[in-house]
Design a protein around this ligand. Structure first.
Ligand code: ADP
Length: 345
């Protein structure tokens, strides 16, 4: 094997995209990971034709001249995705001009996670700021213009109660989300009857349905439906889904249970609980994003209904922990069906 092919097979074994540049400033070897990002048939070409970004080109130039290691950011754009890499440019041992090894480490995932964290904090702050601003406005009014007006005081205290309840719900949902995220890898081992869980959820929801004038139907089954699950978390799943159906539905909401010997989604015997409403439905482009934290189709409507924007995110994580699936089918103008698929115990 000649020297170049030895080098090529050596850097081909590197897990990161890597390029070897020789004293001649030409590419001596490039591994297949790097070929995918930079260029095919790059061997023999001048490095400036392969690394076109001035920041990287200048850093390579400096390392070739001075033999100090450098790190710079390298951005690659493809049709489907943009990537950010850390390019480490290291001199080869020997004289400074012997050549350099450029290796790229993909930082996109870390950067994406960092961005997600920043967005989350910004969203939480925004959600808390609106009720806080309202509350401080009410306090000011109670101290000033409404100080001697008993009727206005009662009215403002009522509004303060609503804002405080909104903040309490948000904090509760944030705590639930963080609890279920931290437990996501722990498979629940309790054996629970889904019918029991639905009847727990029903106690709270019958009142809400009556208040909204919605006809809410729960399944009437005689035999228990056993799943391996966390009772409180599953109760929360069905409460959130049925509550949404009542909030965003029109006049009818039904919950149905079906058992399957083989459900393709989870490749085994399963129970499917459908929560169906006859509301406005959801445009298809929103559907894949509904389980993102704070994603709402109509933020104004959600807030007016006391929504936190976290309900479906909690649902998704709980179902994930139970090795189940959430399926959303919706026809704009006709309504939606949220199906929870859980493996049978
Ligand atoms: P929210 O607290 O806003 O209800 P969720 O996470 O429970 O938060 O739901 C996210 C969004 O999904 C809602 O704001 C609403 O736009 C939409 N959505 C949820 N359930 C339904 C439904 N049954 N019909 C129509 N839209 C729904």
């Amino acid at each position: 094997m000649d020297r170049i092919s030895t080098l090529k097979s050596l850097i081909d074994a590197f897990p990161h995209p890597s390029v070897l540049i020789g004293r001649s400033e030409r590419i001596l070897a490039i591994n297949s990971h790097a070929e995918r990002i930079l260029a095919r048939n790059a061997e023999g070409r001048h490095y400036t034709a392969v690394f076109r970004q001035p920041r990287v080109v200048e850093a390579i130039e400096r390392v070739l001249a001075a033999s100090d290691t450098e790190e710079v950011r390298f951005l690659s754009k493809s049709i489907s995705q943009d990537h950010v890499y850390r390019a480490s440019i290291q001199p080869l041992s020997g004289p400074a001009s012997a050549g350099v090894l450029v290796s790229l480490e993909d930082l996109s995932r870390e950067e994406g996670l960092g961005q997600m964290r920043r967005d989350f904090v910004a969203n939480v702050s925004h959600e808390l700021r609106s009720p806080l601003t309202a509350l401080s406005g009410f306090i000011e009014t109670l101290r000033g213009p409404a100080a001697k007006d008993a009727k206005a005081q009662t009215q403002f205290l009522g509004m303060m109660e609503i804002e405080t309840a909104r903040m309490t719900r948000l904090v509760q949902d944030l705590l639930s989300l963080s609890r279920v995220e931290s437990e996501e890898r722990v498979k629940p081992d309790e054996r629970v009857d889904l019918l029991d869980i639905l009847s727990d959820a029903r106690i709270v929801l019958d009142g809400l349905a009556e208040e909204k004038g919605v006809d809410l139907r729960f399944p009437e089954l005689a035999d228990p439906v056993w799943v391996a699950g966390d009772r409180d978390q599953l109760t929360q799943v069905f409460r959130n889904l049925v509550e949404n159906a009542v909030k965003y539905g029109n006049s009818k909401v039904s919950v149905e249970i079906n058992l399957f010997d083989h459900e393709p989604y989870i490749r085994g015997p399963a129970v499917v609980v459908d929560v169906r409403d006859d509301g406005d439905g959801i445009e298809p482009h929103h559907v894949p994003r509904l389980t993102e934290r704070f994603y709402r189709v109509d933020a104004h409507r959600s807030r007016a209904q006391g929504g936190t924007g976290l309900g479906l995110a909690i649902v998704k994580h709980v179902i994930g922990r139970h090795r189940g699936r959430l399926r959303i089918a919706s026809v704009p103008g006709q309504g939606s069906t949220f199906s929870v698929i859980l493996p049978l115990a």
